[in-house]
Design a protein around this ligand. Sequence first.
Ligand code: DX5
Ligand code: ZN
Length: 215
Amino acid sequence: MKEKIIISPSILSADFANLERDIKAVENAGADWIHIDVMDGHFVPNITIGVPVVKSIKKVTNLPLDVHLMIENPQIYIEPFAKVGADILTFHYEAVEKANVSDIIEQIHSFGIKAGLSIKPKTKPEEILEFLKDLDMVLIMTVEPGFGGQKFIPDCAEKITILKQEAPENLIIQVDGGINDQTAKICTSYGANSLVAGNYIYKSENIKQAIKSLR
Ligand code: DX5
Ligand code: ZN
């Protein structure tokens, strides 16, 4: 049987003045999760969504909220995001001290939600192998984090192979950045089983068809 691919549309490409409409659109079109990009203007150059917006989003969807923290000091924000309804909290390896990674994963789990760890394009997958056993998800960035609509970096996808070899069976391997029907195939062939897509889904004429084409 074909492995189930978790599709997580990134609302960074939605119309923020019509967020409820655009979230319902992907929910009705078969999305599995809602990907929320939190940016602080420090870890990445852009500023996007914070805790109050996630609280409002929770009220308008039943889909799990897949919250991608592109922020410095993520440990300070785990409790607030967990309390407003994040179901998966992913933080960046580059944003913390390596010595604190395990504690942060534990902190996320203490709220009964899933923990993800993300790496930027220049970070080697070998750096995070020791954490795989404690994680629910690894997020491999296939563009430099910060903006939607960038071009997929093929070298990043190759990292999946290394992670896949070491990954426990239930680890979710997610990719994010420049995902479309073509690049999705590359990633899933290496073993990714969760795809984030912003522009490809939201700028398509037919959202349902776009989501289907990623599976
Ligand atoms: C980029 C974000 C992505 C972004 C992806 O830093 O993490 O989630 O929305 O957008 P696309 O799919 O347009 O590359
Ligand atoms: Zn993201």
